[in-house]
Design a protein. Structure first.
Length: 463
């Protein structure tokens, strides 16, 4: 891997992000009565997209925003410009990662035509998001935020609107927890602007096009499991190499499973919630391949998992897959609205590096003279992998991510020395169950917590 390509500057990156940040800052006080400093944000977006098909509409929107007279269509244009800029950043960074990994990228298919949802609901959602832009994060109050509730309730029965409904529901919950905005000292400026602009674009009829879905027949070789855990939900995403049965080029794919959870179920206990929904978790934890027959697969490389289309295959050790199959696997394409730097998560294999941990516990790998940061904060508590094991490792299956202005690697598995023997340690090793003492204790605690919650729920229902 050409790690040096991940440490050099990317042309135009800083300028694009500065324009995005300028606009994001204007959303803090809002665009109803903008001061000159806030009016400069939309103008920076307009300057950044000069010479593109968006130029005229964004220039008009910026002018209206500076005068405090921006309407819904103007806010859509500003959201589109912001999304386009971050999409260009995503593309530039992803190209750099793929060059470093020496991996080809798949071709983007034509988007499928989907059902057009009820435009009155899209209009209602757009009106609420426009109100947010006018009042700004500092002007938030419960009356403004509660305007989303009725819109979300009306959207949820329509499958074509659930993506937007889920985004609005989560966004409104975050905003409600921060009300009143006038009392906040700091705001998650980039995050809330991301949610706002994405929501705005999803209100445009046809923007949420249905994914192009085919079927997959062949062998699936798991590389590792990325775990995301929150107070009320957990998700596991398996990264793998898919080898088609027809002998065509192998490709990188993902399969995800999510589940709601009580906040008392943590660590290895989350596998009890996720395991029943996806047999692939057990296969990945046990180091086994899966044989797929007619499994739905999107053009973006996402398997729409259904256990009826999969059966266990032969043993397939992740590090053998990473050494042999990963280098030639084709990278998936990215859906247009998913082009964002935070979405970058590219599987790579590293070995022969020099690990180093500083006095504060921050770990880095020196690969062919280039130093790469290691994001140990993303290592889940739901497995045996630890920052200490990473700091002693000699080989690593990881995801390359981009955050806070630099590339970093998130370990999914490492080869480390245990009692003078090279031993693989996987973040998702407990996905299918474990005899590890720590894992057994965590699962027992989760079982006890779930039992108590079930008993309490039963008593409430009886009342």
């Amino acid at each position: 891997m050409r790690a040096d390509l991940l440490t050099g500057p990317v042309e135009g990156l800083e300028e694009a992000l500065e324009a995005v940040d300028a606009f994001d800052r204007s959303l803090v006080p809002g665009l109803l009565r903008p001061q000159p400093s806030e009016a400069a944000g939309p103008a920076r977006l307009a300057d950044a997209v000069l010479g593109t098909p968006l130029a005229a509409r964004v220039a008009e929107a910026a002018e209206k925003a500076a005068a405090g007279g921006a309407g819904e269509d103007h806010f859509v244009a500003l959201a589109a410009a912001r999304t386009a800029l971050l999409g260009s950043v995503h593309d530039a960074l992803l190209t750099r990662v793929e060059e470093a990994a020496g991996r080809p990228r798949g071709e983007r298919p034509e988007p499928a035509a989907g059902a057009r949802p009820a435009e009155n609901l899209l209009t209602a959602a757009r009106a609420w998001l426009s109100d947010l832009a006018r009042c700004g994060w500092q002007g938030l109050d419960h009356e403004v935020v509660s305007g989303a509730a009725e819109v979300v309730s009306a959207m949820l029965p329509d499958p074509s609107l659930r993506r937007l409904a889920s985004l609005l529901d989560g966004f409104a919950a975050e905003l409600a927890a921060s009300c009143p905005g006038s009392s906040m000292e700091r705001f998650p400026v980039r995050r809330w602007a991301d949610l706002w602009s994405r929501g705005m674009l999803l209100t445009v009829p046809g923007a949420a096009a249905a994914p192009v879905v085919g079927t997959a027949d062949g062998r699936l070789l798991p590389l590792g499991i990325d775990v995301q855990e929150h107070a009320t939900a957990a998700q596991a995403q398996v990264h793998a190499v898919f080898e088609p049965a027809d002998g065509s080029a192998s490709r990188l794919v993902r399969a995800s499973v999510s589940a709601p959870k009580p906040d008392t179920v943590v660590g290895a206990g989350i596998w009890q919630l996720l395991r029943p929904h996806m047999s692939l978790l057990a296969a990945a934890g046990e180091g086994r391949s899966m044989v797929l027959t007619g499994m739905p697969l999107t053009a973006e490389g996402d398997l729409i998992w259904d256990d009826a289309h999969a059966r266990p295959g032969e043993p397939a050790e992740a590090f053998a897959t990473a050494r042999v199959a990963l280098p030639t696997a084709t990278a998936p394409v990215t859906a247009p609205l998913d082009r964002h730097p935070a979405r970058i998560a590219v599987p790579v294999f590293l070995e022969g590096y020099t690990p180093r941990a500083d006095d504060e516990g921050l770990v880095s790998f020196t690969v062919a003279g280039a130093e790469l940061a290691v994001d140990t904060d993303r290592i889940p508590a739901a497995g045996p992998l630890t920052p200490e094991a990473v700091a002693r490792s000699g080989a690593c299956v990881a995801l390359v991510r981009w955050d806070d202005g630099e590339f970093a690697v998130q370990p999914l598995a490492v080869e480390t020395t245990v009692r003078k023997k090279v031993t693989p340690v996987h973040a998702g090793a407990w996905a299918g169950g474990t005899t590890d003492k720590a894992g057994v204790r965590a699962e027992k605690a989760a079982t006890d917590a779930a039992k108590v919650l079930g008993e309490r729920a039963g008593r409430l229902l009886r009342k």
